[in-house]
Design a binder for this molecule. Structure first.
Ligand code: S3P
Length: 438
């Protein structure tokens, strides 16, 4: 990985075309995990060939699971059963992936061997107490670095017991870690959320035939069953589509079609926010694919106006704020974001990094502890630093389209964690995005 990769995004557009973005990251991680623990062989289609999800697949290979790659975006996983993983010979590297590390912490807590989860520089700064504490309440023994930071050392020999846990912060990763530990626990594990979050773990457990009861905000399962292999079709990732949705909305004359985008309601808060801002986004041919709602999206340019983002939408668009900030910068008036303190503990402090970048491009922005007010205006060119955060890099690539001069974006290599091929796909529909030399 080239940590020093910089991009230059020059003014361009209008955007047009008919594109398919890569598979959903959250679903791809979970598909590998559950298929690995199932009895029998599972085929995964639409798997995200990103560094994050490949790191998860590589971890299961180290845990003794045979995973074949018959062609790009497909995997055949030979499940070893719930108790079939073997002790790894070294540490397990989650790369940049918070989802990988947190879910694996729960899953590995139930194993009969020790393991150690490590991550890259960004992941090594992300809070893990949120999973360590409830897992400890289930009987797990996990040591972290001071401050609850990775690496995580997970010790064997824990007899897990189910708990009834109310999450202090809405987090699908924490919920999922507890449910995965719950597969190995005596008795019932109940997870309650302050606001419903993405329910892919619950849906996928059901698809792999594990008895589970769930409704928005609550999930309940017991240990001691088996997972039965099944095939998984991964839909296109809404979070990857988001950059193109915002881009086509803000570049005059654009009309862009995105095929078969996953529209799980716990992911699509950005659609609602953009529509409140005046965006023209049409859903066509809505259908079901692998148990998830998908549709083609047709996005046309529209004049956006600033809004107060409804706080209840925040968890449903938690990964989309960098893109939303660009839409807000392009809008007329002020956009106010509140209740989004979680953005400070993502791959970077997304409130601080977006505020710094937008200011460099001439946009006035007032940062608050849990949000920001973004005053729409004219973006001039300039330099921004993505702080190796994939979503920030792609968001500023979108900003370059409507800036008065090119935007140079530092530290873009991590785009490959979630969206390999973003630059080629973007250029194919009208961006002017290139690698900076010198
Ligand atoms: C994810 C949950 C969210 C999200 C992340 C993926 C998941 O994190 O931001 O990109 O796959 O469960 P939190 O659980 O920390 O909110």
């Amino acid at each position: 990985m080239t940590a020093s990769l910089s991009w230059i995004s020059a003014p361009a557009g209008p955007l047009s075309g008919d594109i398919v973005v890569p598979g959903d990251k959250s679903i791809s991680h979970r598909a590998i995990m559950l298929a690995a623990l199932a009895d029998g062989m599972s085929h995964i289609g639409g798997f995200l060939e990103g560094e994050d999800t490949r790191a998860t697949a590589a971890i299961f290979a180290k845990l003794g699971v045979c995973i074949e790659t018959p062609s790009a975006s497909r995997r055949i996983v030979h499940g070893v059963g719930l108790h079939g993983l073997i002790a790894p010979s070294g540490e397990l590297d989650c790369g940049n992936a918070g989802t990988g590390m947190r879910l694996l912490a729960g899953l590995l807590a139930g194993q009969a061997f020790d393991s150690m989860l490590t991550g890259d520089e960004s992941l090594s700064k992300r809070p893990m107490r949120r999973v360590i504490e409830p897992l400890a309440a289930m009987g797990a023994r996990i040591d972290a670095e001071p401050g609850g930071l990775p690496p995580l050392r997970i010790r064997s020999g824990s007899n897990l017991r189910g708990i009834d846990y109310e999450l202090p912060v809405a987090s699908a990763q924490v919920k999922s870690a507890l449910l995965l530990a719950g597969l190995y626990a005596d008795g019932e594990t109940i997870v309650r959320e302050p606001h419903p979050t993405r329910d892919y773990t619950e849906r996928m457990l059901a698809a792999f035939d594990w008895p589970i009861a769930f409704e928005p905000g609550r999930a309940r399962l017991s240990g001691g069953h088996r997972l039965r292999a099944t095939d998984v079709v991964v839909p296109a990732d809404f979070s990857s589509a988001a950059f193109f949705i915002v881009a086509a909305s803000i570049v005059p004359g654009s009309r862009l079609r995105l095929r078969a985008v996953g529209l799980n309601p716990r992911r699509t808060g950005l659609l609602q926010a953009l529509r409140l801002m005046g965006a023209d986004i049409r859903e066509q041919d809505a259908r079901e694919q692998g148990g998830e709602r998908v549709a083609d999206l047709e996005v046309r340019h529209a004049r956006l106006r600033g809004i107060e983002v409804p706080v209840e939408l925040v968890p449903d668009m938690i990964d989309e704020f960098p893109a939303l900030f660009i839409a807000a910068a392009a809008a007329e008036g002020t956009t106010v974001v509140r209740g989004a303190a979680e953005l400070r503990v993502k791959e970077s402090d997304r409130l601080a990094v977006m505020a710094a970048g937008l200011r460099n491009l001439g946009i006035a922005i007032d940062e608050t502890p849990d949000g920001a007010s973004i005053h729409g205006g004219t973006l001039r060119g300039g330099e921004v630093d993505s702080h190796s955060d994939h979503r920030i890099a792609m968001s500023f690539a979108v900003a370059g389209l409507i800036a008065q001069a090119p935007v140079r974006i530092a530290d873009c290599a991590n785009v490959a964690t979630s969206f390999p091929g973003f630059d080629a796909l973007a250029n194919g529909c009208g961006f002017d995005l290139r690698v900076a030399t010198g």
